[in-house]
Design a protein around this ligand. Structure first.
Ligand SMILES: NC(=O)c1ccc[n+]([C@@H]2O[C@H](COP(=O)([O-])OP(=O)(O)OC[C@H]3O[C@@H](n4cnc5c(N)ncnc54)[C@H](OP(=O)(O)O)[C@@H]3O)[C@@H](O)[C@H]2O)c1
Length: 322
């Protein structure tokens, strides 16, 4: 495994981040395709043993049970001082007033609940899961700064929003001497490259690390276009993100993978790892070989011709995943 600094911070992270949305009780929350604790633990252990030190979850994943499963597994299999544990806040956790969002009240309450579920007294990277148009940016940034100063959070990150919104939040923090975001977790893969227009150049300019979510387009880049899996059949959000015209890109991945004699996932991840702005793709792994491929992708060098072949079929997409 390789380790790099997250953006312009001094924090070491593995070049593969394990996406922990896959781990959680299927009958809790909105992802019926997730793995329960017994099925999740060997994968989390395998990731640790492969040198992955970066783990991403969220309060909302499987109604908090992802944080519980991941927290217990990391306590058993990893060293807390080595790992970078990331979680998120914003999405609705319960019906009724103050059940979600980025108000001061929501941030303070949800962070304490995440810490209890994770079984730790600090989160390494606390990310806002989206922009909250209903809360003043000043209120959110000051509350986030306060949880850092309280020692409950080491670094702040953000996820999927327009570049102007991210910029506004960063400049508000800077104007007031508050802590800024060090990372952007956004939707970026061979099938969805709209982030190359505004967000990625902004992150490069500002020294913000980029952590692409669904780097394999939720599995689409790893198999024939018309093949379905248990997850893809019930992944309602995933079914809104891509379109039939993306098939040509999957075919290009297949050609290059076959010519090299490697699984397609390695090619698709290697392409992302070649992008200058990308710190660590956040990979979802529901089987042991998913982790083997992710780790192997770090060492796979694509040449310029291969990258051009992968990029050529791309056509602009409507914004998806904000
Ligand atoms: N910030 C956000 O809003 C946001 C949104 C989405 C995700 N995320 C984060 O990103 C993480 C990853 O998301 P994701 O699971 O959608 O990512 P992904 O890596 O694009 O998709 C994972 C799926 O791809 C398939 N797969 C992975 N490796 C494979 C391999 N080597 N060979 C064949 N198939 C393979 C599996 O599909 P099957 O299980 O169908 O076989 C697996 O479940 C999440 O866990 C979460 O931490 C964040």
């Amino acid at each position: 495994m390789q380790y790099v600094k997250l953006g312009s911070t001094g924090l070491d992270v593995s070049r593969i981040c394990l996406g922990c949305m896959t781990y959680g009780l299927p009958d809790r929350g909105t992802h019926e395709w997730t793995l329960d604790e017994e099925a999740s633990r060997p994968l989390i252990r395998q990731a640790v043993e492969a040198g992955i030190t970066f783990f991403d979850t969220a309060n909302v994943y499987s109604d908090g049970t992802s944080e519980e499963i991941v927290g217990r597994a990391l306590r058993d299999f990893a060293r807390r001082d080595e790992i970078v544990l990331a979680t998120k806040v914003n999405n609705r956790m319960r019906p009724g007033p103050n059940g979600g969002g980025l108000s001061r009240k929501a941030i303070m309450t949800e962070l304490d609940r995440s810490l209890a579920r994770l079984g730790t007294d600090y989160v390494d990277l606390y990310q806002i899961h989206r922009f909250d148009p209903h809360t003043p940016v000043e209120e959110t940034m000051e509350a986030l700064h306060d949880v850092v100063k309280a020692g409950k959070v080491r670094y702040l990150g953000a996820s999927s929003m327009y570049a102007w919104q991210f910029s506004k939040m960063q400049y508000t923090a800077r104007l007031n001497g508050w802590t800024r975001f060090v990372s952007m977790q956004n939707h970026y893969n061979l099938l969805y490259r709209e982030e190359e227009r505004e967000m990625l150049p902004l992150c490069a300019d500002q020294g913000v690390g980029v952590l692409p979510w669904s780097p394999l387009a939720r599995g689409r880049l790893t198999r024939d276009w018309d093949t379905t899996t248990g997850r893809s059949a019930s992944d309602t959000f995933g079914s809104t993100l891509y379109r039939d015209g993306d098939r040509a890109i999957v075919e290009a991945v297949t050609r290059i993978a076959e010519a090299r004699g490697v699984p397609r996932a390695r090619v698709a991840l290697a392409w992302l790892l070649h992008q200058d702005t990308v710190t660590a793709p956040i990979v979802g792994a529901s089987e042991p070989h998913h982790l083997t491929d992710a780790v192997a992708a770090v060492e796979l060098e694509l040449d310029g011709k291969e990258r051009e072949e992968l990029e050529r079929p791309y056509a602009p997409h409507a914004v998806a995943g904000h």
